[in-house]
Design a protein around this ligand. Structure first.
Ligand SMILES: Cc1cc2nc3c(=O)[nH]c(=O)nc-3n(C[C@H](O)[C@H](O)[C@H](O)COP(=O)(O)OP(=O)(O)OC[C@H]3O[C@@H](n4cnc5c(N)ncnc54)[C@H](O)[C@@H]3O)c2cc1C
Length: 536
């Protein structure tokens, strides 16, 4: 048994934990970060899959990092991080017949010209959508990226939209991706850029509000690209760790936190599996999923009955299966323009996406899985020898399914679909590694059953409904305890916002108006969780 004391303990060294730790250390706090695994980074890690081939084991493309004001402020470039880009951002070939793909470029005119080749009306339609982004993209991102309730972003949004357009904008933001595409574009290609990106972001194409996910990811991708760290995703985690340690954070790996000590309604510290106890003078920040935090790490009497009941309704995102390949040559895509894209969406055209989505919701293993495919050497030539490709694809299992047999079968179908879009692909495979949901979870307990986003990103679990009905903020019912993982608002993806918001909440409660802030938060939480659980 050993003991330590720090101002704050961060549980988990995913990127949000590292961001929170760095922000608090910058503010002069004494920070100790405890990570279960043998290295920090969580779902940002790369490894040599095959001699000379670097594979990203989890996340790979970082548009949200590039757009994130939080990561920008950390100046990771001064800590060894270098970004690079594929020649084009993303391609979506609709069918394996070699027909032209929809391609997203970093230059809007290039994207528009490509879409105009599909239908002459869609070039201008795309440029109009980009102008809309110029007008309101900033306040939309600001609204999503600030603590709930956001104030400045929506006010700016209303001002820019103007009264007459505000209602129309509200309608636009609620559209399902498929409907948004139909209202805006004449060609399937342009519609696929919206729908494919919506599904990429975990929003079914027919779900209300999914259009905004597709629009946002497409516009962020066009503005910032889908960059990758030179040398592998692990370089991003390493730069974050260097940034945190240079600010004074003490990082301890191999320390699995087993419990949080709560006394007098306040988080006092944590205990790890190795017998280490760390007392927290000011705050405990949890970069773990909401179910791990509330159901495993906290004593059950620390939670109101209503919150415990709400947690039973927490919805994980569907499990993924990831296949990684070391290839002895470039991928022989049939469709032109796919070879230069870092990210490729394949396996479904417009109708296919609707079918795929229905399969996912009806426990049916998709015959033609829609997948995200990464051409990593195309994006970063250091990933494998010249003239070869380090590649991966991941796709989702049906909701509620994560067993090994289904995962193995789905992985086979992934190879089959890629072969249909790129005949000869299989003959180029030197090495293949499948990561099933069980593999993902054993590498990182946050990826329960292979979930990638810390809980579904669908509308019913966003904003004040994330992770469960509440305030949509990092503060929890336990004083001094903050949720700073992707389970918190604004959700999955590598943007650092959840960690930053948790750190800001902790700093706020220790600041001049801290006592008042905490009283207001406690009163609001009391209102949300009082009374006994109901059927709703
Ligand atoms: C296969 C896959 C592909 C993805 N692709 C992308 C992508 O291309 N782009 C993108 O932006 N996002 C992507 N994502 C999503 C993104 O990676 C995650 O949303 C993000 O990394 C979550 O960060 P986090 O800090 O919340 O948690 P994590 O990265 O999961 O980190 C949590 C950390 O906490 C540790 N931990 C857990 N429990 C404990 C405990 N009890 N004690 C101590 N430590 C603990 C874990 O070991 C882990 O290191 C992908 C995710 C996956 C799984």
């Amino acid at each position: 048994m050993s003991t330590m004391t720090a101002d704050t303990v961060v549980i988990g060294g995913g990127h949000h934990g590292l961001v929170a730790a760095a922000v608090l250390a910058d503010a002069g706090w004494d920070v100790c970060l405890l990570e279960s695994a043998d290295m920090v980074g969580g779902a940002i890690r790369s490894a040599e899959l095959f001699p000379g081939y670097v594979a990203d084991m989890f996340s790979a493309f970082y548009p949200l990092s590039a757009a994130s004001p939080v990561l920008h402020a950390l100046e990771l470039e001064h800590h060894g991080l270098r970004w690079t880009h594929a020649p084009s951002v993303l391609a979506h070939p609709p069918r394996p017949d070699g027909g032209p793909a929809a391609v997203l470029h970093r230059d809007r005119k290039a994207t528009a010209a490509g879409l105009a080749a599909h239908d002459s009306r869609d070039g201008d339609a795309w440029l109009r959508l980009c102008e809309e982004w110029d007008r309101i993209g900033d306040p939309v991102l600001r609204s999503m990226f600030s603590a709930f309730p956001p104030v400045r972003g929506p006010v700016q949004l209303l001002r820019r939209a103007g009264t007459a357009d505000a209602l129309r904008l509200a309608r636009f933001l609620l559209l399902p991706a498929r409907r948004m595409g139909e209202e805006l574009f004449a060609s399937e290609a342009a519609r696929l850029l919206l729908a494919g990106n919506a599904v990429h972001a975990d929003a079914p194409p027919d779900a209300p509000g999914s259009g905004i996910f597709g629009w946002l990811l497409a516009m962020v991708g066009q503005q910032h690209g889908f960059p990758v760290p030179v040398g592998g995703s692990g370089e991003l985690a390493a730069a974050l760790a260097r940034r945190a340690t240079s600010a004074g954070v003490q990082i301890l790996t191999g320390q699995h936190v087993e419990g949080i000590d709560v006394r007098g309604g306040r988080a006092r510290g944590v205990r790890t599996a190795t017998g280490l106890t760390v007392t927290a003078r000011k705050a405990v920040i949890a970069d773990v999923s909401a179910p791990i935090l509330f159901e495993q790490l906290l004593p059950s009497d620390a939670l109101p009955a209503r919150l415990r009941a709400d947690l039973r309704r927490f919805a994980w995102d569907t499990a993924v299966v990831k296949v990684n390949w070391a290839l002895d040559g470039p991928i022989p895509w049939q469709a032109p323009d796919v070879a230069g894209a870092g990210t490729v969406h394949i396996g479904a055209d417009e109708r296919g996406l609707a079918q795929w989505s229905a399969d996912i919701e009806s426990r049916t293993l998709p015959r033609s899985p829609f997948m995200l495919f990464g051409q990593m050497t195309t994006a970063d030539p250091t990933r494998s020898p010249t003239g070869t490709e380090s590649a991966w694809a991941y796709t989702h299992l049906p909701r509620g399914v994560s067993d090994e047999d289904a995962a193995g079968e789905l992985a086979e179908r992934v190879d089959h679909v890629v072969e249909s879009f790129a005949p000869g692909f299989r003959s180029r495979v030197l090495h293949r590694l499948v990561q099933t949901p069980a593999d993902l979870e054993s590498a990182n307990p946050n990826l329960l059953h292979g979930a990638v986003n810390g809980g579904t990103a669908q509308l019913f679990q966003q904003l004040v409904f994330r992770p469960v009905t509440g305030l949509g903020r990092a503060e929890t019912v336990v004083e001094g305890l903050y949720l700073g993982s992707a389970s918190a608002h604004p959700g999955g993806g590598v943007h650092g916002l959840c960690g930053w918001l948790a750190a800001r909440a902790a700093l706020g409660e220790q600041g001049k108006l801290g006592t008042l802030r905490r009283r207001v938060t406690s009163a609001a939480l009391e209102l949300v969780y009082r009374d006994s659980p109901s059927a709703r």
